[in-house]
Design a protein around this ligand. Sequence first.
Ligand code: ZN
Length: 206
Amino acid sequence: MLIDISRPIHSNMALYPNNPAAVLESVQTAANNQSGLTRIALGSHAGTHIDALAHIAAEGSGIEAFQLEQYIGHVDVVEIPSNITTITAQDIPKTTAHRIIFKTANSRHPIDNFRPDFTALDESAAQELMNRDIVLVGIDALSIKKKGMRDRVHEILLHANVVILEGLYLAGVEAGQYQLICLPLSIAHIDGVPARAVLAPLTEAL
Ligand SMILES: [Zn+2]
């Protein structure tokens, strides 16, 4: 069985401050011999999405710099106790995979609420992921770094070409090993791209 860990896209979805709201605008409806058609307008960091180097560096690459192989395969979902709101190197449990997803207190809150005090990583945690040769890191927050903190987390990870998968929602997901299947839309040369992400049991043939 597959577990959807993506956030549905709709006009009232939770947004990081200053991000534009999602707009789903009917261009025409399916009636009178015409087909239904909707214009979709979305911030590039809305909901479940991948960050690219261009998010933090004006001349940085878009997601075309990542390999498709980074998005799919063995992942450790690790649970961070809810009293921890800043994840440091010491807070990251032992892992076996080259992909890691953090389940935090964020997934205990309603999916469509943005809370400024969300749980995220600090610089030491990003450095620890580098030591473990991680190729993808996911989190159930709309940003992988704490709000208001100087941003070494994106810098460390994106300059090393690590995929940052933000905006997951992990309520009901147990910590453990899974297969991750996650693919961003094929939009080149921009700073972030929406993605769908699901978990499959390690044992299940896909
Ligand atoms: Zn982002």
